[in-house]
Design a protein. Structure first.
Length: 157
């Protein structure tokens, strides 16, 4: 488990850094959309295809890279959404509201696992993780409504 965490965290480290480069090159909205799609793909690939112990050497870093890629955008994008007088509060509220919603994930994962197990699925946890990863599609849709802030001045009013 320690090796798995180390591998996933190593991927996450590079993912967070890669997002900063990506957002500077292509903009905030496209970077977020690509990140959500990459996270979906990495999650589905890992939970559907990880069968041999040696596969953790490349799949877990890929999973960490994909799922944490978007975290690199919070420090860049969120401050650009709020005027100076609300910037700190707005960023803090937005970031922590997401954390509160994400806290429901383990409960939903457990419920889905039990439902898939009761339905007779052979690998209910894997199926539940793949089903739960569809949440990244909500992110892709939501990005369509977000403003693009690359190259724009910070809001002052």
């Amino acid at each position: 488990m320690s090796l798995g965490a180390l591998l996933q965290d190593t991927g996450a480290f590079f993912g967070i850094y890669a997002f900063t480069l990506l957002t500077a090159r292509i903009g905030r909205r496209p970077a977020f959309a690509m990140s959500f799609l990459f996270a979906l793909g990495a999650t589905v690939l890992t939970f559907s295809s990880l069968h041999q112990p040696a596969q953790i050497l490349w799949m877990l870093p890929l999973l960490g890279f994909g799922t944490m890629l978007v975290i690199g955008g919070y420090a860049i994008y969120l401050p650009e959404l709020y005027p100076t007088r609300l910037r700190s509060s707005g960023v803090g509220f937005t970031y922590n509201a997401g954390r509160i919603v994400a806290a429901l994930g383990p409960f939903l994962l457990g419920s889905l696992t039990m439902a898939f197990q009761n339905a007779g699925m052979r690998s209910p946890f894997r199926a539940a993780a793949i089903a739960l990863s569809s949440v990244y599609l909500i992110g892709v849709v939501t990005v369509g409504f977000a403003p693009e802030t690359r190259g724009q001045p910070l809001p002052e009013e």
